[in-house]
Ligand binder design. Sequence first.
Ligand code: SF4
Length: 480
Amino acid sequence: MDRVVRGEAEYAFPALLEHMEEGTPPTDVPGLCWWDGHGSRANTETRRTVAPAGIPAPDYDQWQAALDASPVQEYVHPKLVAEGARGCWWGEKHHCALCGFNGSAMAFRAKPGERLWQEIDRLVRRHRLLDVVTVDNIIDMAYFRDLLPRVAESGWDLRLHYEVKSNLTPGQLRLLGESGTVHIQPGIESPGSRVLDLMDEGVTGARNVRTLRECENHAPTCSWNLLHGFPGETADDYTPVIDQLPALVHLQPPSGAHRIQLERFSPHFTDPALGFGKRCPAETYQRVHDLPEGELADLVYLFDTEDAGIRGPVEQRLRGAPAAWRAGHADSRLLFEESGEELLVVDRRHGRPPATHRFTGRRRPCASWRAAAAPPPCTGCWHNAAMTCRTGREAVGLLAAERPALVGGGWAVALPPRIRRRPVPCTAIRPAAQAGGSRCSHVPTRGSGRPGPVSASPAAGFRPAGAAVRTRRPGRSVPR
Ligand code: SF4
């Protein structure tokens, strides 16, 4: 390798080409590492980020030609890769403690929705592909106004992948479903609020559970993992969470439960006082690169550390939970339907006796239930209010005992998705053990999953597919 640009290269690359054409030394190209004939040189990095208008539209013609000529073409599932935004608007305010993304620039920048739509429109028409994977770390919330409605109106059966934050509202998740977003990664790392606080994720366990429920209502497949190993966590943070997991068996299961790994650029990395003082380059790098440890430590992204947080029986229980969840998921259902003053809850969850609950308007649980199904911004409000009177306490007790809602820790969230009267999209979820995937898109976790079927995308070349996703509609229309 002759030249490397550290950071975003859209401005540096053309400047480098000019120097090469003119035969002049590229001493003023920011962030460039190069050989000057005697030794390596490293130009100073720039703090300047690429403006949204400077993020180029992709050209995949060469990739398409290579795919067309490939003898394994029939075995791959090609996808288009689009980029709408860089950086992270959440990380600008609260950098999640474990996240090493955006090491060169956290500043959030996004193309206007109309421009991104034009790029997707052009790519889909040119390559005749409907699968579009966005590489953004996090969706621009403006896209709920100026992109997703446009996609939904197009009538195309696109199959979009988006990374989102799990504090989306039911209405926003509905819009994702309507736009053909069949796969999301919302960064659900835990249903336990205390552990989420340690991560500085800015969501509660109740929000995460509600997101899983709303994914059932609005169709997106949701990839997520249970993460643990945070400095400061205790068995008491996990035991009640693990005890509640069987009640969630009808919702989409996690891919696995994994101990976090230290990532360069994360708060855990930059501040050793947060608990990962001792670190060394991850062992995998040492198998690939024959370099002294000190040199490797300067280069790598992942580090091994001493285990933090839970260990022993609690860790084993957590690690076993996803397999049990997956095993019970296929034949589990928990659904509700409202009709006038009546609320019907059909419970066919794995591991529980079949039950059908009928709540009438005169019974307090009915009102409690409705409040939990569509909670106000403070998810615990109805719970706290209910606990102030005897009937309320009875209602909370009933919901907790029958487990159609998750109750505890000052919050509550109804668990069953609505019964859908329209045709339910067919589902094609691979065994989650193949799904890999995790926080945002690609948090490295220890021992995460086996590779799945091969998919191809212009940006990634051939690579293992992420979680297989639900098809949006059985018959897919291709734009003309
Ligand atoms: S984990 Fe996701 S939301 Fe958190 S800072 Fe990283 S990119 Fe942003």
